[in-house]
Design a protein around this ligand. Structure first.
Ligand code: SF4
Length: 329
């Protein structure tokens, strides 16, 4: 086993590249994302591809409650900022986070108007746009690239899995080739891209996860978010779980953290890690109940990395290059 390399010391002495550390260096402080529900839908819900959505999807699981009650974007931002200022008093600034559903799934003129409302808010210094890879036509990417010359823009693409069998099983409605294509087209325009991964989906195996990590390592991504599969009320997976709980092999905290580490070892050091997991409200969660707060994850994760004497990029084929910074080339 090799030792923790000197080259990783630049990540605050941590064994992985923490997005918030990078943001603080780049922007002189922490930027907090304020979630917005702009009333979009997605092709997997409106009938274009399907009507029931992905088998795991219940957007309520990740949306603050005020989003369900308020449609006005400026009011949503004000409410979010008031909450964030109380919780993170040292926050340097705020980003409007278009989080719910597919936030590029409309005509360009409508999108421009919606994003403009958020960007006109005096406390907002950029936008984060979550979407599916098949909702990124050229004209929208061109517009986002142009917008990124004027303000901070992050594009968050739902990858979920790199395994087509898994994507089919969760009725995702696109394959991994579609994801690769969208990431490459966005990166060609210099956009900052975060990939969203869901670990523990049915049919995913340790082997397919590692193969996926190797495929991700070859993509021009800037950041990744990891989420553990949580079965939420109102989803197809919840129905399956109720009918046959043994048909779903849910991860416990230890196996989940190990799965994240297995992926991380194959990723280039320059990928920033934005999230290590998520926590849905108890009234939405069906299973698994880990009985622990998300805030405990980073310390547990660091401890497990140390225990395994490993780090981000340890098994990355190009790890000796050790370059850092924007990889959009
Ligand atoms: S996860 Fe995204 S793409 Fe899938 S149904 Fe939900 S909003 Fe639509």
């Amino acid at each position: 086993m090799s030792n923790f390399p000197e080259s990783m010391a630049r990540f605050n002495g941590r064994r992985y590249h923490v997005y918030n550390d990078w943001i603080k260096l780049e922007h002189g402080g922490r930027l907090q994302k304020v979630s917005i529900d702009a009333g979009f839908t997605c092709p997997n819900r409106d009938g274009s591809l399907g009507v029931g959505g992905c088998t795991f999807c219940n957007n309520e699981g990740f949306s603050p409650s005020y989003l369900r009650e308020e449609r006005d974007i400026t009011v949503q931002i004000n409410t979010g900022i008031t909450f964030m200022r109380r919780r993170y008093p040292r926050t340097k600034g705020f980003l409007a986070y278009f989080q719910s559903y597919s936030n590029t799934y409309d005509g360009l003129d409508k999108l421009k108007k919606i994003y403009a409302v958020a960007l006109a808010h005096p406390d907002i210094s950029g936008i984060v746009i979550g979407t599916r890879p098949d909702c990124l036509p050229e004209e929208i990417l061109d517009y986002l690239a142009e917008l990124s010359t004027r303000t901070m823009v992050e594009l968050e693409i739902g990858i979920e899995s790199c395994n087509d069998e898994v994507l089919r099983e969760c009725l995702r409605g696109h394959d991994f080739a579609c994801t690769q294509d969208a990431i490459r087209r966005a990166a060609k325009r210099g956009l900052f891209i975060t990939g969203h991964l869901l670990l523990g989906l049915p049919l995913e195996t340790s082997e397919s996860l590692i193969n996926g990590a190797r495929a991700l390592a070859e993509l021009p991504l800037d950041a990744l978010k990891f989420h553990q599969l949580q079965i939420m009320r109102g989803t197809r997976l919840a129905n399956q779980y109720r009918a046959a709980p043994e048909s779903l092999a849910l991860l416990d905290p230890r196996s989940y953290l190990d799965a994240v580490i297995d992926v991380l070892e194959h990723l280039p050091p320059q990928f920033k890690i934005q999230r290590l997991g998520s926590e849905v409200p108890p009234n939405v969660l069906v299973s698994p109940d880990w009985g622990m707060r998300l805030s405990k994850f980073p310390a547990l994760f660091e401890a497990r990395l140390l225990e395994r004497n490993t780090w981000q990029g340890r098994l990355f084929a190009g790890s000796t290059a050790g370059h850092c910074g924007n990889n959009n080339q």
